[in-house]
Design a protein around this ligand. Structure first.
Ligand SMILES: [Zn+2]
Length: 329
């Protein structure tokens, strides 16, 4: 308990907390002290001091003083125990991981409220409700995330910092189906696929994370690597649970490392598009994999197809299995 308390106070320094609550303090001299109006009693001349190094406050006006928890007890009129619960929530909401998780949960809750989102999934051949839950697919209608997260106690600064809200203060994702991107079990980004005319693919700033669901896929002696989340969704739905996705054809160094973490065969299943870019990317990746001692095979879908369109237009598991078997080295 004592340990947790110290950690909590370090995670959420008193001065940061006060500033989140709009307290304005000026440096009091050269040291780590700040002074401002007391939030605990009415005054016109500043007598509330905060020592940022000691993480303590003292007010010469009302005589109150102590640490962050004491301050919360006094300012929120909460018991010691309730102050701790309150602060645990506050410090969690100052953490980008938590905010991305909350955004993902919110988007998942929206999915059933917007028929256009369900229709879009249907069009892309994603129907299984259990799979939709498992992939944590959500929908960003746009215009409601900011309000929701602010009401949960997130700061606007943090929403901007994560990129969930743009510099103008609006939701970044509008009318997009949203998938979480994870790394080591944490959500590090969100991918949004536009339903409308906006640019199709969008991420928040920062890393796109690990290969999708790598914890469960890495155990297989062979894996199917696809470009997009809708490719992965239809493959999983058809029983190809050894499919993973790099969200694009260019693998990050970490993602390449993951593919090469043990001997395995990688089925490169990129788009077969008219300009040949998917196949060029597959060719280049095959090279990089061979240099690491990994065997790869290029899956040749019918011309103009990606795995998603292959299944949407009537392809089935047996046919896809034959394509895997026929894939040239
Ligand atoms: Zn005071």
């Amino acid at each position: 308990m004592g340990e947790d308390l110290e950690q909590l106070k370090q995670r959420l320094p008193l001065l940061d907390y006060l500033r989140q609550q709009n307290w304005i303090g000026r440096p009091a001299g050269q040291g780590p002290e700040f002074v401002g109006l007391c939030p605990l009693h009415h005054e016109t001349r500043p007598s509330f001091y905060v020592n940022a190094r000691k993480n303590l406050f003292y007010c010469h006006g009302c005589g109150q003083g102590g640490d962050l928890i004491r301050f919360v007890e006094l300012s929120q009129h909460l018991s010691f125990r309730h102050s701790l619960t309150y602060l645990e929530q506050q410090s969690a909401l100052a953490d980008p991981d938590t905010v991305l998780r909350q955004a993902s949960v919110f988007y998942q809750q929206q999915l059933d409220r917007y028929p256009e989102a369900r229709r879009y999934l249907e069009q892309r051949g994603v129907r299984d409700p259990a799979l939709i839950r498992e992939l944590q697919i959500g929908y960003a209608p746009g215009g409601s995330l900011r309000r929701h997260l602010l009401a949960q106690g997130c700061s606007l600064d943090l929403l901007r910092h994560t990129g969930l809200v743009n510099p103008q203060g609006h939701d970044t994702f509008y009318q997009r189906v949203v998938f979480p991107c994870c790394q080591d079990g944490r959500i590090v980004n969100l991918y949004g696929r536009s339903l409308g005319t906006a640019f199709a693919h969008r991420f928040l700033p920062g890393s796109k994370g690990n290969l999708f669901a790598w914890e469960s896929v890495r155990q297989f002696p062979s894996v199917v690597l696809v470009e997009g989340m809708f490719d992965l969704a239809v493959l999983w739905q058809a029983g190809f649970r050894h499919a993973t996705c790099a969200l694009g054809t260019h693998l990050t160094a970490d993602q390449l490392q993951q593919l090469c973490d043990r001997p395995r065969t990688v089925y490169l299943t990129f788009d077969v598009d008219a300009n040949g870019s998917g196949q060029q990317a597959a060719h280049a990746l095959a090279h990089r994999l061979r240099a690491q001692g990994i065997t790869s095979r290029r899956v040749l879908l019918p011309s103009g197809h990606d795995p998603n369109s292959f299944f949407v237009q009537g392809g089935d598991a047996r046919q896809f299995h034959s394509l895997l078997e026929a894939a040239p080295l």
